[in-house]
Design a protein around this ligand. Structure first.
Ligand code: FAD
Length: 374
């Protein structure tokens, strides 16, 4: 699209998570007139770490915000998978480190620091907190958003970045709800000094036992480590009640030091969630609305690609707007570029467990059961 068309493009982004904040940065760099509407009154993130892949870091370089992210993260060379008792299974350099003109490592970051850094690079006043989208009306070349309280906003382009339970997706593109994965995630961040000597460098380690995975993701710049247990469990309650004893039962048979870390945890700091994803959505856009991030393709975390994909979406959407002749063509190009990639990631992310492990917890039935609608 021509710079003059982009300058006149009024964009409303729903959701100020990673996908919404990244889209706001990428589209405002094109010159578009961007506003972001977020339901929360204050942004909060789960106490846990994630790995920002080289291609994600390269997008931050393109957007001129690499330093802001690098400042609050630690570079990492590889990830390692081990048995529950610490025998190595595989060790792999993070893919993509040498794909760019400059060496670009994966960066390990606290989720809270990440959203703060992303929102911190947006112009003052761009993000409107306390705006919960209730309805979206697609009027062809424009769309109208109505928020709780009655305020309405009209835009040439609405970007639905409103996460796994996306109102934009459900009202316009698919009425299917999230799908329960049959697993729970217990996540927290602890001082590295409390990790019983398990933090030895800046690399991610995953320990696999029967029906349980433990991730140790060092956050050296904070002298902390993100400690995440993912365990198969039939309870699909979105925020289940889980005790320390339940956690200890999931790590039985693991390296004694991992058991000790679990025993020492302050349960008040542990985020406890049943894990959900969505089935692939056939269409992500109309002529004036488009989905990004979890709203489009929420995936399980076994490949560590959900947040990374949301950033890639934002970059690809901006590329498509620059390359195509019209908004309509740009949205189609964006979907053609991104959907095959995320369809595949959604598929392989569902392959987190062996048949035997699933049979142990779900004898004679499949774990992916439709979640109750809220
Ligand atoms: C256990 C677990 C571990 C994970 N680990 C990793 C990892 O290691 N690496 C990785 O890349 N990804 C990981 N992910 C996935 C990652 O967290 C998500 O993919 C990512 O948060 C998606 O970002 P998003 O901006 O699309 O959605 P969200 O982060 O969900 O943000 C959506 C935003 O929209 C707002 N919103 C929702 N509804 C409305 C509304 N009606 N009106 C206004 N605002 C609204 C929400 O308040 C929220 O701020 C993990 C996920 C889980 C569950």
């Amino acid at each position: 699209m021509q710079p003059s068309d982009l300058n006149n493009l009024k964009v409303a982004i729903v959701g100020a998570g990673y996908g919404g904040a990244a889209a706001a940065k990428a589209l405002s760099l094109l010159g578009a007139d961007v506003d972001v509407y977020e339901q929360a009154n204050q942004m909060r993130e789960v106490g846990a770490g994630i790995g920002l892949r080289p291609s994600t870091m390269n997008r931050f370089r393109q957007w001129g915000i690499l330093d802001e992210i690098a400042k609050v993260s630690s570079p990492s060379d590889y990830f390692e998978i081990l048995t529950a008792t610490g025998d190595p299974i595989m060790k792999e350099t993070w893919p993509g480190i040498h794909d760019f003109a400059e060496e670009t490592k994966t960066h390990l970051i606290h989720r809270g620091d990440f959203i703060e850094a992303l929102l911190g690079v947006l112009p003052e006043g761009m993000v409107h907190l306390g705006h919960k989208l209730e309805t979206i009306q697609d009027r062809g070349d424009r769309s109208v958003l109505t928020f709780a309280g009655g305020e309405t906003v009209e835009a040439d382009l609405v970007v639905g970045a409103d996460g796994i339970k996306s109102v934009v997706r459900r009202q316009l593109f698919s009425d299917k709800g999230p799908v329960f994965s049959g697993e729970h995630a217990y996540r927290t961040v602890i001082p590295a000094d409390d990790a019983h000597g398990m933090v030895v460098d800046d690399n991610l380690r995953m320990y696999i036992g029967r029906g349980t995975k433990i991730y140790l993701l060092p956050l050296r710049h904070r002298n902390q480590v993100s400690f995440d247990i993912t365990a198969l469990c039939p309870d699909s309650t979105w925020a289940p009640q889980v005790t320390k004893d339940d956690l200890l039962a999931t790590v039985e048979g693991f390296d004694e030091r991992l058991v000790n870390i679990t025993r020492d945890l302050d349960m008040n700091t542990v985020s406890i969630r049943a894990v959900y994803d969505i089935d692939p959505v056939d269409t992500w856009h109309s002529d004036s609305v488009v989905l990004v991030g979890d709203a489009a393709h929420s995936m399980l975390h076994h490949q560590g690609q959900g947040a990374n994909s949301a950033i890639e979406d934002a970059g690809a959407l901006a590329d498509a707007l620059r390359q195509a002749d019209s908004l309509k063509e740009a949205l189609a190009l964006y979907q053609t570029t991104r959907k095959p990639v995320t369809d595949e990631l959604q598929r392989i992310s569902r392959q987190g467990w062996t048949e035997e492990e699933i049979d142990d917890v779900f004898p004679g039935q499949k774990p992916a059961t439709a979640a109750p609608q809220e």
